[in-house]
Design a protein around this ligand. Structure first.
Ligand SMILES: [Zn+2]
Length: 303
């Protein structure tokens, strides 16, 4: 047993010495999209772990000991910010005791700092539900925001890991080129969706609506963060007569029952969208995320 343990320890330490991952910059991403972006920009110079999966609600995450341990070792924390993680990230950062990732430090990166926020409330009232006082944090539903965040994250990687600055710069340029080509392709594919009225489960799609020129009709949640109620769904169904929506969009992490209930009665499709990398089998990476989002919207719209 002892010999086995020793051998295992030896192998482990050797692996740590010889593997390039040991020298790699340790990145902890709060959501899968930022993990995927850090990986795109950092290649083998980064060791990325992600705090949540696409099937978890990013508003509500438990700061479990395993997550705290990962935060303790992180050299860069890449999150959405704008209050999305307000219920769990401050605790996680505090419990980590890691000075490098404290707010204001280069190791604390908030993606939403680099984009124009939508739905910024003019007044904040608890009675309005679990509203996001800093504006809508779901910025990843517009791939044009990814381009902005990528430029900032690329610079941040170079700042923290200066020895590899040239590598990050080159990788950032390469990503920007491929992303621009994808944006042009998506714009062409999405043309038939322009002006389409949609219902959404959570008000999580404002940036996507802005990107594609979709028309927001109503949210199934009576207030942000509050589960749909039967009476609210009935009201939306009644309004369908005068203001018909073409489909209902909901995120992969959400319960589909309300959307399905309404879809059946309103005779429109409930369309599950990946929302982030890993939300659907086709959303394997950032490119797949928007490829699949568009494919699902076009199919739902019957285009
Ligand atoms: Zn939200």
């Amino acid at each position: 047993m002892k010999r086995f343990l020793l051998a295992t320890l030896l192998t482990a330490s050797l692996a740590a010495v010889s593997s390039p991952a040991s020298a790699a910059l340790k990145v902890l991403a709060c959501e899968p999209e930022w993990g995927a972006l850090a990986q795109e920009l950092g290649g083998d110079k980064v060791d990325v772990t992600v705090a949540t999966t696409a099937l978890q609600d990013p508003h509500h995450v438990q700061a479990k000991p395993s997550l705290i341990a990962r935060a303790r070792n992180a050299e860069l924390l890449a999150c959405t910010g704008a209050g999305l993680e307000v219920g769990w990230l401050p605790i996680l950062i505090q419990q980590s005791g890691n000075p490098a990732i404290q707010p204001g430090k280069p190791g604390n990166f908030a993606a939403s700092d680099f984009v124009q926020k939508l739905d910024v409330p003019t007044r904040v009232d608890r009675a309005d539900g679990d509203v996001h006082p800093e504006g809508n944090p779901h910025i990843q539903t517009d791939p044009r925001n990814i381009a902005k965040v990528a430029a900032a994250l690329s610079q941040r990687l170079a700042q923290i890991d200066a020895a590899n600055a040239a590598f990050y710069a080159q990788r950032g340029q390469d990503f920007a080129k491929r992303w621009d080509a994808a944006l042009a392709r998506w714009a062409t594919q999405a043309a038939p969706l322009r002006g389409m009225p949609i219902l959404v489960q959570h008000k999580a799609w404002s940036y996507m609506e802005n990107w594609l020129g979709l028309q927001y009709v109503d949210a199934l949640e009576p207030k942000p963060g509050v589960e749909p109620t039967a009476s609210h769904l009935q009201e939306i169904l009644a309004r369908q007569k005068d203001h018909p929506a073409r489909l209902i969009a909901y995120a992969a992490y959400q319960d589909a029952r309300s959307a399905d209930w309404l879809a059946e009665r309103a005779r429109i499709p409930a369309v599950q969208l990946p929302f982030t990398v890993g939300g659907t089998p086709a959303a394997k990476d950032l490119f797949g995320l928007y490829d699949d989002t568009l494919a699902r919207l076009l199919k739902g719209a019957g285009k």
